[in-house]
Design a protein around this ligand. Structure first.
Ligand code: DQA
Length: 145
């Protein structure tokens, strides 16, 4: 099965209790299970990880580059200011699908700055946790090209 890395940045481990009016009620562990199931339907083996640590995310992206593994990335707040993540994403060899649960474009001004989109193959945001299902579908389609 084709492996795909689903990487999640800061505060996403707190899904379910974190601002449910913005991010919904699905807990992170539940989302891990859903992503595994969505991936399996598409013939994708999902390796899902979360960290609050920018350096750890950069390390995982380097690994994905070296292995030419496709990536779904919710960089969370790092989306808006991390040039280190931008530079790590720029090196990826396989498709990168950027994902967000909320639609940052409809939110506070600081969320309108995005340093990941310009190095992503494409971006999906605003569909709640279903954004991940759509992102995995996008990875499948990109790999079939
Ligand atoms: C988010 C949107 C970001 O602005 C925010 O910092 C997050 C989550 C989302 O999935 O909607 O932590 O990436």
């Amino acid at each position: 099965m084709q492996r795909v890395l689903v990487l999640n940045g800061p505060n996403l481990g707190r899904l379910g209790s974190r601002e449910p009016e913005v991010y919904g009620n699905v807990e992170y562990d539940d989302l891990v299970g859903r992503c595994a199931a969505w991936g399996a339907e598409l013939g994708l083996e999902v390796d899902m990880r979360q960290t609050d640590d920018e350096a750890e995310l950069v390390g995982w992206l380097h690994q994905a580059t070296d292995d030419a593994t496709p990536v779904v990335l919710n960089a969370a707040a790092f989306t808006h200011y991390s040039y280190a993540l931008h530079d790590a994403c720029a090196q990826l060899k396989a498709p990168l699908v950027e994902v967000h649960i909320s639609n940052p474009g409809r939110r506070e001004e600081f969320r309108h700055t995005n340093v990941i989109a310009s190095v992503a193959t494409g971006s999906i945001s605003g569909f709640g946790v279903d954004s991940y299902a759509l992102a995995l579908r996008a990875v499948r389609a990109l790999l079939a090209r």
